[in-house]
Design a protein around this ligand. Structure first.
Ligand code: FPP
Length: 254
């Protein structure tokens, strides 16, 4: 199916316990931060942190699926990450291939739908090819959406949405003065995904860093000092339990 990609050795989803979660987010955004510091603490090169981060990401995806989350968006590479040393960027651009090589079988088995947001056209050709194949492998699946934000920036996404709208106006397919918030959603990269309910950021940083800016307007935010490679399904479970206790009023009063 995923030609050239190896077979997964992972335990089946059925073997993983599913906790009872009455109220849970439909869509979780994960800002996977702290890979570099995790490596530095161990005297390892930064790329070792990214490798460990990839393994933590694998576990987070499995846990989201086991917990019955409909969609998870993973901030894998931002539009600002190009400023990093070329060797680190090169490693990050090769991670998707490494990841899907070992994980695609399990993702297919889990009926997951792989999606990407961000400007894929500016990625190296080999990364684009990996992206294309990953989408293709799961295109008929109907389960959890695993959405990778790759070369993604929230502002860039909004600018691109404005461009799409302007083009439709010019072509007579949209009318000025009738644009609603719901209609704006349709011009974004996340069109069709469930509303973002919860954003989790690791490593003690308390900011969004250009992640899903429009979509996070009413999302609950959850921060932890845990560095991303150390993030476990127990941490995810804690975040979801805390989310369940939050009172979401969307600007109204009770
Ligand atoms: C931020 O930590 C993390 C990243 C820039 C990369 C995150 C990517 C992954 C976890 C794996 C992606 C894999 C696929 C398949 C898309 P940092 O390097 O900024 O950490 P620091 O703040 O401690 O330096």
């Amino acid at each position: 199916m995923f030609k050239g990609f190896g077979r997964s050795q992972r335990a089946s989803a059925a073997a993983v316990e599913q906790p009872a979660l009455d109220i849970k987010p439909r869509h979780i955004g994960l800002i996977m931060d702290g890979n570099g510091r995790w490596a530095q603490k161990r005297g390892l090169p930064r790329i070792a942190g990214h490798h460990a981060g990839m393994l933590a990401m694998r576990e987070a995806i499995r846990a989201c699926d086991d917990f019955g989350i409909e969609c998870v968006t993973l901030y894998a590479f931002s539009t600002e990450n190009w400023k990093r040393p070329p060797a680190e960027v090169d490693y990050l651009m090769r991670l998707p291939e490494q990841f899907f090589r070992s994980e695609i079988d399990e993702l297919v088995r889990r009926n997951a739908q792989i999606r990407f947001i961000g400007d894929i056209s500016r990625l190296p050709a080999h990364t684009q090819e990996t992206v294309r194949r990953a989408i293709q492998c799961t295109q008929h699946n109907t389960g959890m959406i695993v959405n990778f934000a790759l070369n993604y920036g929230g502002r860039m996404e909004i600018v691109a949405a404005m461009e799409r709208y302007a083009r439709e106006v010019m072509e007579g397919r949209a009318t000025v003065g009738q644009l609603t918030e719901a209609a704006c959603d349709r011009y974004l990269d996340t069109a069709g995904l469930p509303p973002l309910d919860l954003v989790i950021r690791t490593s003690g940083e308390i900011r969004l860093s250009n992640f899903l800016l429009w979509q996070a307007a009413y999302a609950e935010l959850w921060f932890t000092d845990v560095l991303w490679p150390d993030f476990t399904r127990e941490d995810l479970y804690q975040a979801i339990c805390d989310y369940a206790k939050r009172k979401r009023r969307f600007g109204a009063i009770e």
